[in-house]
Design a protein around this ligand. Structure first.
Ligand code: DON
Length: 598
């Protein structure tokens, strides 16, 4: 006689198995450490940062070492050919934002990605693929600036690069995830000789466990150690980049590299239920959008709605829709356009955005007007999306807290996975395709399906608008959370939900990070969600209010319950206010991620 599963499962076990738990994914405990903590998407990079902390370096020193190491072990997102943002909190109370975002080359122009028919170009020559897609990289300049002004000066520039150089020269063993990333982008990488040689093993493909060496990158890192950061912008490396660009119809020149500078900006900040949130100002859209969303939901008793009720999701979707609507209209590089920061963050203005919020009904995105903050003349309205998208994308965020209480939240990117696909011959440096973050054509969506406006039009020297959101949360003036995420347009919503999970629902930090999330970005007017993250009855209740769900993941891939397909992992640290323990939560969405503390 065979027992069917139904007969052998007791009612109690059945209740446990078949009820909808809050978390659908395996939970991991946060890693506790007394002194310092680094949480990164790759264990080797986290270990490099933690070693620096243990050797007496501060959080900024560790960030620089971790960043360089990620350039070696996480090549589709973190190499030297990209840019990003570093938020620094110093134990003396200062908060600093380092903007090392790429800038458009001098030869860039507003319509450079439009074909003769007026449509946005695809393929070679476009804003996403090949030699014309790159902005001037900022990583090296940004990390050098951070180190010079805020490093401990106990460890030299060369010493902080050394672990990365060794990883490149001696090699490291390829993980299953890395092998799969290389495989999945074989077509893109195969189009460029050096990318094919390095990332595809000349076409034979790398397998899990292979020892992978990157001698050209090791040599580039050695030149940086020897000649200092200007090597990248004026030295042999700069010459190799500029020559390759010139030979292949690229836009970037030696003068562009020479003229690149990273800049310090003033973070944006606002309180939410007594906590202070300090985050990235323009040219990232993230800080303003994030703070707008917090201000929109603060008047509501979110805790009482429960962590996964339809009422909560409805409120969050409506806040997201409104913040992303404003983002599309008003945000751009503040060095080029007047961004009405104070107007956008004014609480009365934000309350006005929610005036038409209906707890019973979704507000259709079509026809939703931007708010019209003080200090801005509304530009021409962007229209509804057309065209598609289908790209694997990647960025990476790491969080660090040191023994003194200094902290770094750092997000950097090549934009699309493996950026433009181009590796500069002889350097091992893979180049970004950050130019796609500009508005190629108002009303036409970019690879994140973001519709953007005139404020983010292309101009020489301009920073493309970003969604990257390295963020701090303070409790009673003390650092409490350090967080951030990759995921293009989804970043802002990922960070938003991690923080509300902690503040409103009191979730332990590992759960706050791992738990399923939703995403809405005004246009397209759909909700994306983690599979199994929403119960059917919750989705039905939301559909009844007028929301539509998209049966694809955030990036157009098939909706399947494989957590690693969801790129908006949040590498987060909580500092326990009672014990001061650093609790590192590496998001299980990324299989090689790790929190390493001491
Ligand atoms: O700056 C931005 O908003 C984008 N370039 C980030 C790209 C990204 O996060 C891709 N990630 N998975």
């Amino acid at each position: 006689m065979s027992l069917t599963p139904r007969r052998i499962i007791s009612p109690i076990i059945a209740a446990l198995v078949f009820s909808t738990p809050f978390v659908s994914y395996a939970q991991r405990m946060a890693v506790e450490a007394e002194h310092g903590m680094v949480v990164s998407v790759h264990e080797l990079a986290a270990q490099v940062g933690a070693d620096v902390l243990q050797r007496g370096g501060n959080a900024v020193d560790a960030a620089v070492a971790t960043g360089f190491a990620l350039g070696v072990v996480y090549p589709w997102a973190g190499p030297l050919g990209g840019g990003g943002f570093m938020m620094i909190h110093l134990a003396d109370g200062r908060d600093i934002a380092i903007d090392y975002r790429e800038r458009a080359p001098a030869a860039a122009s507003r319509d450079m990605y439009l074909g003769p028919d007026g449509n946005v170009l695809k393929g070679p020559g476009s804003s996403t693929f090949g030699w014309r897609a790159s902005g001037v990289p900022g990583d090296v300049a940004g990390w050098a600036l951070a180190l010079e002004k805020y490093g401990s000066h106990k460890l030299s520039w060369a010493e902080l690069i050394e672990p990365a150089r060794r990883l490149a020269a001696d090699g490291h063993h390829i993980t299953q995830f890395t092998a799969s990333r290389f495989r999945s982008q074989a077509e893109k990488l195969g189009a460029f000789a050096d990318s094919k040689k390095i990332f595809l093993n000349g076409g034979a493909l790398w397998r899990t466990g292979d020892l992978w060496r990157q001698p050209e990158l090791a040599a580039t890192l050695a030149r940086l150690q020897q000649n200092g950061p200007r090597e990248f912008y004026e030295g042999e490396t700069a010459r190799l980049i500029a020559d390759a660009m010139a030979r292949n119809g690229g836009t970037l020149t030696l003068a562009d590299l020479k003229n690149y500078t990273a800049v310090e900006r003033v973070p944006v900040r606002m309180t939410y239920r007594g906590y202070e949130i300090v985050t990235m100002p323009p040219p990232s859209s993230s800080g303003i959008a994030l703070l707008q969303m917090f201000a929109m939901i603060e008047p509501f008793d979110v805790a009482a709605l429960g962590p996964n009720s339809a009422a909560k999701y409805h409120l969050f979707i409506e806040a997201m829709r409104r913040a992303y609507r404003d983002r599309a209209e008003y945000l751009g590089d503040p060095d080029f356009v007047k961004v009405p920061v104070a107007g956008l963050m004014d609480r009365n203005y934000i309350a006005g955005l929610m005036k038409n919020f209906d707890p019973a009904k979704a507000t259709p995105s079509a026809g939703l007007a931007p708010g019209g903050p003080a200090g801005w003349e509304p530009p021409k309205v962007a229209s509804v999306p057309s065209g598609g998208f289908a790209e694997s994308t990647e960025t990476t965020h790491f969080s660090i807290v040191d023994a003194e209480g200094n902290a770094v939240a750092n997000t950097f990117t090549l934009n699309g996975g493996f950026g433009s696909g181009v590796t500069i011959p002889g350097t091992g440096v893979l180049m970004n395709n950050e130019m796609d973050d500009f508005t190629s054509k108002p009303g036409t969506p970019n690879q994140f399906r973001l519709i953007q406006g005139e404020a983010n039009a292309i101009a020489p020297g301009k920073h493309p608008l970003s969604s990257m959101a390295p963020t701090f949360v303070f409790k009673d003036g003390k650092i409490f959370l350090v967080t951030g995420a990759p995921g293009g347009s989804t970043i802002i919503n990922a960070v938003f939900q991690v923080i509300t999970n902690v503040i409103d629902f009191n979730l332990p930090v590992s759960l706050a990070v791992d738990t399923p999330r939703i995403h809405h970005q005004w246009m397209p007017d759909v909700v994306n969600y983690d599979p199994y993250g929403l119960s059917k009855d919750t989705m039905d209740a939301l559909r009844a209010k007028g929301h539509q769900f998209e049966e694809r993941n955030f990036f157009g891939g098939q909706l399947v319950p494989v957590i690693e397909r969801y790129p908006n992992d949040t590498m987060t640290i909580m500092v326990d206010p009672a014990t001061h323990l650093r609790l590192g939560a590496a998001d299980s969405r990324k299989p090689d991620s790790k929190a390493v503390g001491y």
